[in-house]
Design a protein around this ligand. Sequence first.
Ligand code: B12
Ligand code: SF4
Length: 644
Amino acid sequence: MLEDTLEGVLDEMEDPEVVGLTCYVWHFLGVQELSRMIKEKFPNTLIVWGGPSLPQDPKRIDELLKQNYAVNILVHMEGEITFSELLKVFLSNKNKPDFSYVEGITYRTPFGFKTNKPRDRIMDFKIVPSPYLTGVFGSVMKRYEHFIIGILWETNRGCPFTCSFCDWGNASVNRVTKLDTERVVAEIKWASDRKIHYVYCTDANYGISFKRDFEITRQVVDVIKVNGFPNTFVLNWTKNKHRQVIDIADKFREANVATNTTISTQSFNPMTLKAIKRDNIKLAEYANLKEAYHQKGLSTYTELILPLPEETLETFLSGFEYAITPRVYDQIMVYPTVILENTHLQRTMKQYGVQTRMTAVGLNRRKFKFDRFGEDEIVVGTNAMPISDWKIAYKVSFLALSLYNLRIAFYPIVLLNQYFNLKVTDIIQFIINEVSKNIEKYSVMKEVSDHLDGQIKSILDGVSSVSPTKLSDGVAFTPHEASTFIMASELDTVYSELEIIFDKLCDEFGCDKAKSFVKDALYHQKSTLPSFKPGVKEHNYNTNVPAMIDNLTRGGDIGPLIAKPTKVVVKHGEHEFEDKVEFNRRRVSSGYTLNLSDVTFTDLETMISDNRSALLPNARNVNMAGEFIKSDALLSSLTDSPDK
Ligand code: B12
Ligand code: SF4
């Protein structure tokens, strides 16, 4: 919604005959309210809704229509043909249009409503012209040029998998239909000519028809080579064909295009995978593949969803443990389970004892101008994971994402995990317990802990799944980003607190010997985090940990730790921010990892010179590295990958 208020949207309308509105979870309440306002001002306007939030179940359709007298017609599934047909019917007899023959709709009748026969899927997209190539988006581009930095790009539609939580898990969308190669390449040329740098591909399975998709990529890469645009593609790769995915990602890299490599595991628990009908997506080659990606310099991130049916606290934490690696190219992401309309999970909630809360869909990394514009039905407990366990899993996950993914304490945790065999989730649980037992010692860590508790409460109270922090000036963050923002604002204090915590942790886990190494890892971490003050700094350590941990996290083998003085030179780059708070806010929202600063080891024996920013070929970083000025709002919303 680009206007500031619904009134603003209404003011733009001049007695419309038909208004079509799309319905997604993130704005469905706004659509309902806007429809009421339109109907009040223009009682004769035909209001048509379409999109994935419209129910197909007759009972739910009935409820929706009863609550929304303003809407006249619901369009189910694909909308292009249906919408044009219903417009023709409407125009042929505006006073008494007969919609009874228009397939794929629900319309009101004097006795209630009628749902017509479903429409067959579109097989040949030639009858659906491209809005890019026919000039439809020309005027939109002109008006919002300053705002638009990316395009949505569709090369195929549908998905052969049947994941129970997904809108596309239904049999009706099991067939994958394809758009012409010529057309989809021309759309990229359209974006390239307009110097649009960001492409979000709506396909659920890019790479599924390898020959075709490789050919599309080859031609797209030729287009991009001309002027370097677009330079970032977010792709939901096909499952089970990872080797092919690597070939395509490699092709993109020929034109320096950043692509993401999501490994959409969602859970590692066989019972859960069966329950969510995802046991046909192979886990066997998972670890090898990750390594293969990393060797090619491709970054990866693994998604988990919390909580899915049959997942217990124990299975979730062990899945989390399995999903993380000590590599800086690797990320893990935890998404809350959301009940979507028309999904198998929605129909089987009772069977799995699913408990939910309706929360406002807040836009992450933005000040949101509407109180409650859309709602997510978030799962907070199941028979297998009662709410009390969900709270633990939630807090551990998001603190881990902050300390590990967002690199606040990645190095010391990797060290304890790899050299001393401590589980990452045990380390995080220790930190949580220690902070709650001794709050007077830990002002910043307490604030982080309070924020996470507050976020949990906010979900349980049905408020929101993202929240602002004390210093974020109303900008809401996901919990791990909020935690990182809090810590990044008080780095000196947080590192002295973490030093105490890690010291106690070594005592608790009987690894006294680790202490001096952990301390060096912690301060090496601090020194390589992005700094507001640019310049070169020298750091001296008592052990060779900085060199070993650097090597290990960048893909090298585990090497011997020794007490040996090490000198490290760190270069913090220039940036354009005058205000430290803004610097931290942008840093945290610049993707799923904080780019670490450039490091040089001056000791010849352990010399490893590198430029880490260059070694993080992650779409989300590259994206933000130089470009996050243009449209922070849109970019950050686009980087919120939905599950695929
Ligand atoms: C791009 C995308 C995004 C972008 C949004 C960009 C934007 N502002 O549009 C980003 C990455 C931000 C995003 C985020 C999320 N997304 Co998303 N996303 C998609 C994706 C991949 C493509 C949407 C798209 O443009 N498709 C192409 C168009 C042509 O298809 P379509 O939207 O279905 O529209 C067709 C019909 O529905 C119908 N139709 C639609 N509107 C209308 C209107 C009228 C009048 C008519 C007649 C017909 C009609 O006709 C269209 C053509 O056939 C879809 C999956 C998919 N492939 O569709 C998920 C999808 C839309 N996302 C989904 C979800 C759940 C999310 C998240 C909530 C995930 C999460 N848990 O965080 C977040 C929300 C974040 C937030 N807080 O806002 C769900 C939506 C379910 C729902 N009921 O709304 C989908 C369907 C994915 C899924 N797996 O189930 N998403
Ligand atoms: S989650 Fe992805 S793989 Fe599963 S049904 Fe949905 S689109 Fe297909």
